[in-house]
Design a protein around this ligand. Sequence first.
Ligand code: SAH
Length: 349
Amino acid sequence: MMPWEEWVEQLRRDRTLLPDRLALLVETDDAELETLLANAARSVARLHFGNGVYVRGLIEVSNYCRNGCYYCGIRSANRGLQRYRLNKVQILECCRIGYSLGFRTFVLQGGEDPLQTDDFVEEVVSAIHTIWPDCAITLSLGEKSRESYERFFRAGASRYLLRHETYDSAHYRSLHPPGMSRDNRLRCLDDLKSIGYQTGTGIMVGSPGQTVNHLVDDLLFIQRFRPQMIGIGPFLPHHATPFAHEPAGNLRQTLRLLSILRLMHPLALIPSTTALATLSPEGRTRGILAGANVVMPNLSPSSLRSNYALYDDKACLGAESAEGIAQLQSQLESIGYRIDWGRGDFGDV
Ligand code: SAH
């Protein structure tokens, strides 16, 4: 018998654990351990956030991308994809619909689209900020220069999501094409944080070649970096990528990691991700029961949504969509939670 109870309690109390113990929590497929982790993580989340779950409206602004990440379905080499790029009017229309539904955070996510220039992003952010000054604007547009991040921040963006994907440089190289590096990713994250963004980072669980030691390094990196937001979801294959035939990440391991991250970062904003909801019908609710406190329904124009195909069968309907907010509401109620419509700025809890 492993002393799971003692270790989980230690993790909750100290917000950290020795690396070899973390490794065992990450790799051990044990129902009793999972219940202990989820219960502890959930009670920490409830202490700080009650039974509220924040919602963020996700607007996928472009599926053009100059990069060729081996896992990602919108990589430039994928010729089988209908490409789209939203213009300013379309993005503002998504926000208008979202605002009337009650959203007070908009997340603009996209591929690294050279034609959505810094001028364009600045103009759109500034327009959203002027029209809806009570809303938070989150960007997730990939790697940019410090100057670009500064311009977007001055225009009114206050949050940025950029997963580090994996802390190990060699593993990073095995997931990304030449020209992309772990070090540049970390440079971006340091820039974002020092500019003053509420910064989000995170990983895919079960990406090809990932080991338990990589995951422990990821946990320890996140602990040192202290992001305000942490995104974690299973790797899911996309048929038109080099990883088409790789297995999907493991649901239970993803949930264990989510709970560990909650215990290490009691106040962090941790979404129950679309990838989790895609992997399993109960993915979203299980994420919340494992300590997540955010969901990000899709606000993109419904006719274009299926083209933002990061992986196969990506969920974008029902409770995963802005139109399905009532469905999300009842799903949350069925597990004793409710939507919190607040901006949920880090630090104002
Ligand atoms: N261009 C932006 C947005 C990328 S998409 C950026 O680089 O940050 C957002 C996240 O989706 C990525 O960070 C990655 O972790 C995740 N993702 C991409 N492809 C995926 C796949 N096949 N399975 C699971 N998650 C994936």
